[in-house]
Design a protein around this ligand. Structure first.
Ligand code: SF4
Length: 334
């Protein structure tokens, strides 16, 4: 099956309808087991040190995977993507641009989806059929999310993994659905977690996935993964255009906050970790998040892939300790 890579979430329905095997480049970079080496290879190829690790990892992952065609999201994702596209096309990789219009105009979203459909030579009938198929899996992933925050039966990492994998269904929707089913069966027989603190994780997915397990050793579990949940299309909207208009990640921070604020309330979140990637323009949005989100926030910056470094662990420990002290109230410390 012909594989097609993409730089961030795109209307997956189009690739599935066209019989392509979808490859989310972020996922193969971070889960391939050699993410540090990929970043080094990109730097050896000429990428500056002060460029985001995800961009370098994606670049090297494309080269290593042998992919010949990539859908690149030129608007609504990353300010580095256009230059990445230029480098890749110089290397003979076919680039298919896709844009999320800044104003979320329905006509423009439809135009972009239909442009993608023309490129892959599929019509609305096949695409809507693919959507019904994918929505069935997305509903099961939504159940995993619900089990995480309402029943306390899934870890922060499990919540992250199943939602982030929804971008490409791990390249094989049938196999992925079987994995989701297996997890749901297993989770039903667990005893609920009883951690002291409930956290939200907002921002781009972490470059150090062990953050979830580490937080759980401190008695704090992530019960809301903002961006990953968005990747799994959480609103169950039948109309394709409306689904990709409601999807918050590619649009402005206020659209994202309109999702984050009620979700943190519904899930009884105690505090928020805002993850920012070194050299990412999205770091600037931290100022707005701090003004608008009425919860304690730790802004955590990551750069290279790999396990959590000691400094980051100390910051997380300090944050969790501070929240614990606050809950106990004044005068209750040892
Ligand atoms: S973390 Fe920021 S700079 Fe890096 S790829 Fe994502 S949007 Fe781009």
């Amino acid at each position: 099956m012909h594989r097609v890579g993409f730089t961030t979430t795109i209307p997956l329905e189009v690739l599935i309808a066209a019989g392509r095997r979808p490859v989310d480049l972020n996922n193969i970079f971070i889960t391939g087991g050699s993410s540090c080496r990929l970043v080094e290879e990109a730097e050896m190829a000429g990428f500056p040190r002060n460029v985001c690790g995800w961009i370098k990892g994606i670049y090297a992952a494309i080269r290593e995977s042998g992919l010949r065609e990539v859908v690149a999201v030129t608007e609504g994702d990353c300010s580095y993507t256009k230059a990445l596209m230029e480098v890749l096309s110089l290397e003979g990789i076919r680039i298919v641009p896709f844009a999320y219009p800044h104003d979320r105009d329905a006509g423009s979203v439809r135009f972009e989806i239909e442009k993608l459909m023309r490129h892959f030579d599929v019509g609305w009938e096949e695409v809507n059929r693919a959507k019904v198929r994918l929505d069935g899996i997305r509903r099961k992933i939504r159940e995993i999310d619900r089990l995480t925050w309402q029943e306390n039966l899934a870890t922060g990492w499990e919540n992250h993994y199943f939602q982030v994998s929804a971008t490409d269904m791990n390249g094989d929707p049938d196999r992925f659905e079987a994995e989701v089913d297996g997890f749901l069966k297993d989770a039903a027989s667990r005893r609920p977690f009883q951690e002291r603190l409930r956290l939200a994780y907002i921002g781009v997915p972490p470059i150090f996935p062990d953050i979830y397990a580490f937080l759980e050793t401190l008695g704090a579990r992530v019960v809301f993964n903002e961006t990953q949940r968005q990747f799994a299309m959480p609103y169950d909207i039948a109309d394709m255009v409306e689904q990709y208009r409601s999807y918050t990640y590619p649009y402005d921070i206020f659209h994202r906050l309109a999702d984050i604020i009620p979700e943190t309330g519904r899930r009884k979140v105690d505090a928020v970790i805002h993850y920012v990637q070194s050299f990412c323009f999205r770091q600037i949005e931290d100022m707005i998040i701090r003004k608008k989100l009425p919860l304690p926030i730790l802004t955590l910056e990551g750069d290279k892939p790999g396990p959590l470094d000691e400094r980051t662990k100390i910051r997380l420990e300090g944050f969790v300790e501070m929240l614990g002290d606050r809950d106990q109230g004044p005068g209750t410390r040892d």
